[in-house]
Design a protein around this ligand. Structure first.
Ligand SMILES: [Zn+2]
Length: 457
């Protein structure tokens, strides 16, 4: 069995259920498990003995859209692509990703998926959850071949073409989403458990305003029959709040999901920025989780404060959504935006944010073997190089990581005992070739008249 020993000037461990930073320890991996955390140097077939490293449990990024982000990259910043102040989700991202997925060949879609997975790994994540159009099954192929731990979340909609009308509202007419449920079931049969268990699925009804009550109930029933997590988008905008109130007897989006029985510990709800305080109290009482992605909203001038959700007692984790895939950068933004929003310096502190992408995120997906460094845990690690000039001298490793760290400081990414990233570089493929193949495929989408109109019109 292959063994790997990694030296950490700092090792994020746990004692009595709380974080503890060990100084000058070794982490020993045996095959796919963490075998020991020791003061003495263990013998191993491969040894990483580098100074100033912070050895963390593999980070979990439970909400990302690496495919659609690539499609929109640098087109949607600074307000570009917005019409009448509508969300670009329904005017640009969903329609263009659908059109692009239909236009491209499987190998072209695979090229974009590989770029996305590469970006997620280099952003420090070992486990990701990616909601995506079910016409891009190549996300699974890329995840399996590249070695990441991947929860694919192919969307279900109550409409075959989720795009907004001139008023910004997505309409559907009696569609129960059966075709998407059939596709989800086919993908589940094909992919769940592949890659020695690295590949899984989450049930992913897209959002409260694109899915009707029958589809949402069917999604919950199927997910609970299989024991898979449920993820959706909730209270993403005031327009969604108005749509749901009009359609469903004045309910808020959270009340709508609660009425259908979805608000529960197996639900991960992305964003919730238009939730009321009483919605958040309800979510806390039901044990649901908020997926907080502050930077994608900051880009649009909208506050998505981790501290607001956590302050209401809602289980809250940080993800990158469709903007950059730098999980360390996202933690920094979660800290800063929470402090600005509350006018307090002590909210969203470093240990709390690190917990959100390690032990808390692992608990959300019922994977106590992840998000922790302990004998018997799964051998997923993220190792950060704290020797950079902007991190020296260093008094507190966790504060250094959250306040000053970013993806350029990622040294090693190890999944299932396999080193995927070393010295910040992907080991199992040519990064330059992967980038140029994805660029060529995305260029075809950017050349579409619809894309030109959406981005430049
Ligand atoms: Zn999202």
């Amino acid at each position: 069995m292959s063994t790997i020993a990694i030296f950490g000037s700092y090792v994020l461990s746990r004692r009595d259920g709380a974080q503890e930073v060990l100084r000058d320890h070794w982490v020993l991996l045996e095959g796919r498990q963490i075998a020991a955390v020791t003061r003495d140097r263990p013998s191993a077939t491969e040894v990483f003995d580098r100074p100033g490293r912070f050895v963390l449990p593999g980070l979990l990024n439970l909400h990302n859209h690496c495919f659609s982000e690539a499609v929109a990259r640098t087109h949607t910043e600074d307000g570009n692509g917005r019409r009448n102040n509508q969300s670009i989700v329904y005017t640009v991202l969903l329609p263009l990703t659908k059109r692009g997925a239909d236009l491209l060949s499987p190998s072209e879609r695979l090229a974009i998926a590989r770029l996305g997975i590469l970006q997620l790994l280099k952003g420090g994540a070992t486990t990701v959850m990616e909601p995506f159009r079910n016409t891009i099954p190549e996300m699974f192929d890329a995840a399996e071949e590249m070695g990441i731990r991947f929860y694919g979340a192919p969307y279900l909609f109550s409409t075959s073409d989720a795009k907004a009308g001139p008023d910004g509202v997505v309409r559907y007419a009696g569609d129960d989403g059966q075709a998407d449920m059939d596709t989800w079931n086919v993908l589940y049969q094909r992919w769940n458990g592949r890659g020695d268990g690295r590949i899984g699925l989450a049930m992913s009804p897209h959002a409260t305003d694109t899915c009707g009550p029958d589809l949402l109930r069917a999604c919950a029933a199927r997910a609970r029959e299989l024991g898979v997590p449920i993820t959706t988008h909730l209270a993403q905008s005031q327009a969604e709040v108005a749509t749901i109130a009009g359609r469903h007897g004045g309910r808020t989006p959270a009340e709508f999901l609660d009425w259908l029985g979805l608000l529960a510990p197996d639900l991960m709800a992305a964003h919730c920025i238009a939730s009321t305080d009483s919605d958040l109290k309800l979510m806390a009482a039901r044990g649901a989780t908020v997926l907080n992605c502050p930077r994608v909203f900051a880009r649009s001038g909208v506050t998505a404060a981790f501290g607001r959700f956590a302050g209401h007692g809602v289980r809250t984790v940080v993800g990158t959504d469709g903007y950059n895939m730098d999980l360390l950068g996202e933690l920094n933004a979660a800290s800063m935006i929470s402090k600005i929003a509350s006018a307090r310096a002590d909210v969203a502190n470093a240990p709390e944010l690190i917990e959100s992408v390690t032990a808390t995120a692992a608990a959300v997906i019922k994977r106590p073997d992840l998000g922790t460094i302990a004998p018997g845990a799964t051998a997923d690690l993220t190792v950060v190089d704290l020797t950079h000039p902007h991190l020296q001298p260093l008094f507190d490793a966790r504060r250094g990581l959250v306040a000053l760290g970013n993806r350029a400081n990622i040294d090693l990414v190890i999944v299932d005992g396999r080193v995927l990233i070393d010295a910040g570089q992907y080991l199992h493929g040519d990064e330059t070739a992967m980038i140029s193949a994805a660029n060529a495929a995305i260029g075809k989408i950017w050349d579409l008249p619809e894309a030109q109109a959406a981005f430049n019109g």
